[in-house]
Design a protein around this ligand. Sequence first.
Ligand SMILES: C=C(O[C@@H]1C=C(C(=O)O)C=C[C@H]1O)C(=O)O
Length: 105
Amino acid sequence: MKSCGSIEEVRANIDRLDREIVALLCERHLYVNQAASFKKDAEAVKAPQRVEQLINKVRTTAAEHGGDPDVIEQIYRGIVSTFIEHELRLHRERTREQTCNPENE
Ligand SMILES: C=C(O[C@@H]1C=C(C(=O)O)C=C[C@H]1O)C(=O)O
């Protein structure tokens, strides 16, 4: 990280990083969607053990980068709970499609 001489320079760097972060979040979302197709029920989607494992990993990664593990944990809890909410909605829609489709009878 370089030291900036103006707010414009700071914002240009934040904007540059946001483009990378959003691209990575979009790629992450595609994998989360794939995970959903391997899950049978809402409990599997919530996967609390996996979430805690993942939080521990990102806390360690934050510390390795000289970051604040508490801040990164808070950000990640938001990301993961948003994805879980989205996945649960997809799961409910899929279950509804299966139970309402006469071809499944
Ligand atoms: C990707 C998995 O589960 C998903 C992981 C999520 C995440 O990391 O954002 C969100 C929803 C979970 O259902 C998994 O169990 O490996």
